[in-house]
Write a protein that binds this ligand. Structure first.
Ligand SMILES: [Zn+2]
Length: 138
């Protein structure tokens, strides 16, 4: 299934919208390095794309600290000339990778990732949602 690795470059899910939160993370990371769970990400062949942790990624990049990521495996999802995913057997929302990439919020991302059957990825996404609800620094 997926794999965990360290990366120095990653495309963040969204821009920093809470500069104070990023700055607090920079302060913490400067002292302790990366702590806590890895980011959830995928590799589309052109680079890593984060699905969680935009503020943590921004802080790590600002400090030039390597980022632990869990890469969900999307390599089997290739599209036929007709636009159908070979792994999922259909087009558009029939493919969980398409759903995951196009998701508008964490709940939609979780719904897509649950269809992957990758328990590690599902756990990371669930932890992210719980952390956001609980206002833990994420
Ligand atoms: Zn697919």
């Amino acid at each position: 299934m997926g794999e965990t690795r360290m990366v120095s470059r990653i495309e963040e899910l969204h821009a920093v919208h809470d500069a104070a939160k990023r700055d607090a993370l920079i302060t913490g990371m400067a002292e302790h390095g990366w702590t806590g769970r890895p980011l959830l990400a995928y590799d589309d062949g052109n680079g890593y794309h984060a699905l969680t942790g935009s503020h943590r990624a921004a802080a790590a990049i600002a400090l030039d600290i390597e980022i632990p990521v869990y890469l969900i495996d999307i390599s089997a999802h290739v599209w036929t000339d007709e636009g159908a995913c070979e792994a999922c057997g259909g087009a558009g929302e029939d493919c969980w990778v398409t759903m995951m990439v196009d998701a508008r919020d964490d709940d939609e991302r979780l719904e897509a990732i649950e269809r992957s059957g990758d328990q590690e990825a599902i756990s990371l996404m669930q932890a992210e949602i719980e952390a956001c609800d609980g206002k833990e620094a994420a």
